[in-house]
Design a protein around this ligand. Structure first.
Ligand SMILES: Cc1cc2nc3c(=O)[nH]c(=O)nc-3n(C[C@H](O)[C@H](O)[C@H](O)COP(=O)(O)O)c2cc1C
Length: 365
């Protein structure tokens, strides 16, 4: 099972939904960086379950402990161990799910692959695994901000059929997004999204949605063609998040309906660098950042575990009706916002360190 991500800033996550603890080891964080638990906790608080009526009722405070890799709140360059204890485990909550694979969840495929699985709460396929991503992503995010002034902001841009009005990519901020628990900056559409989620929660059903993300102040030159193009790594990172079904960068699928003359991003001098007047490329050309804002969207499916009875089959193939139990999110996108930001930060810091390594080598004179 591959639970590692990154080349120079390398993270290894661990944990299942109802085990003792979940977390991550970060190898390759530069020394001498100020880092405290509070720096990490902020993003974990935005991800945690039970934070609003829109999310699962599982109550977890998700308090992070830094186990190693810092002294007096300064990184040492050695591996940073981060741990969050699971507190509100109820492994007995999952009844029938031991004999019946949940439709569109990971139960059947984990069994097919490993011949064994943690039946409580999805085990490793649970979104609790994303704690390691978010904790390490918070460290990456801090580094990116301090070293380059990079700002990463994600928000809910659609829930079911309701789409938010386009946001101003140059100004949108986490403070603005966090004004509501839905994390959508369009108040009118937010109300419709909220009503839909609450009514589906009452009906024991679920809905999907879209998270949009911008990354500002990215220096030109990040990305490793050919197989590790920046958009390819972002796509891989985003599609590694549970429940994702689509990734679109820049003009995305809409670009297929444009002419080249409409789609091209003309160059212009911006302060001391070459920039572009439009940004259909989404800030990346040839797999390398061009200094413009990187913008992309991630599609999330409706969570698979719904409490309505579902006609399906057990592991033996007998037709059965599944009455799923446990506590579940009716829509994942409000909680997915910090996960998308964290995955983006992990990709960017790794690419930035790789570019630093390349450019720090000088020819012998
Ligand atoms: C923040 C977040 C919360 C989630 N909560 C649930 C949930 O409560 N119930 C559920 O069935 N799936 C939930 N999921 C999705 C499952 O983890 C995911 O669908 C499952 O592991 C199968 O993987 P796949 O959808 O990527 O194929 C959540 C995903 C995220 C990102």
């Amino acid at each position: 099972m591959s639970s590692n991500f990154g080349t120079l800033f390398r993270v290894s996550t661990y944990g299942e939904s109802h085990c003792k603890a979940v977390g991550v080891v970060i190898d390759g964080c530069p020394p001498g960086i100020r880092l405290s638990e509070a720096d990490i906790q902020k993003q974990l608080d935005r991800r945690r379950p039970g934070q609003s009526e829109l999310t699962t009722d599982r109550q977890e405070l998700d308090q992070v402990s830094i186990l190693s890799g810092t002294e007096n709140n300064i990184t040492l360059g050695s591996p940073i161990g981060l741990k969050v204890n699971n507190k509100d485990q109820r492994p007995g909550d999952y009844g029938d799910m031991e004999s019946i694979p949940r439709p569109s969840h990971a139960d059947y495929t984990y069994m097919a692959k490993y011949g064994i699985k943690a039946f409580s709460g999805g085990g490793r396929s649970s979104a609790r695994e994303t704690i390691g991503t978010v904790a390490s992503g918070a460290v990456a995010d801090k580094l990116l901000k301090e070293l380059y002034g990079v700002e990463i902001v994600a928000w809910v841009s659609a829930v079911g059929p309701f789409e938010a009005a386009p946001a101003d990519h140059t100004r949108i901020s986490r403070e603005e997004i966090d004004k509501t628990d839905l994390r959508c900056p369009d108040p009118a559409q937010s109300e419709k999204m909220r009503a839909l989620i609450m009514s589906l929660k009452d009906q024991g059903d679920s809905t999907g949605g879209i998270v949009s993300c911008v990354i500002r102040n990215v220096p030109a030159g990040l990305g490793e063609p050919v197989y590790e193009k920046l958009e390819a790594k972002l796509a891989q990172a985003m599609l590694a998040i549970p429940a994702t079904k689509g990734f679109e960068i820049g003009s995305g699928f809409a670009g297929t309906r444009m002419k080249g003359s409409e789609h091209n991003d003309p160059f212009v001098m911006k302060d001391d660098r070459l920039g572009t007047t439009t940004n259909n490329s989404g800030g990346i050309q040839g797999g390398i950042s061009n200094g413009e804002i990187i913008h992309f969207r991630v599609a999330f499916k409706p969570p698979a575990t719904i409490s309505q009875p579902q006609k399906t089959a057990n592991y033996q193939g007998d037709p059965v009706t599944l009455q799923a139990k446990g506590r579940h999110d009716p829509c994942v996108v409000p909680r997915a916002v910090p996960i998308v930001e964290s995955m983006a930060a992990l990709v960017l810091i790794d690419m930035a360190l790789r570019q630093e390594a390349r450019t720090s080598v000088r020819p012998v004179s």
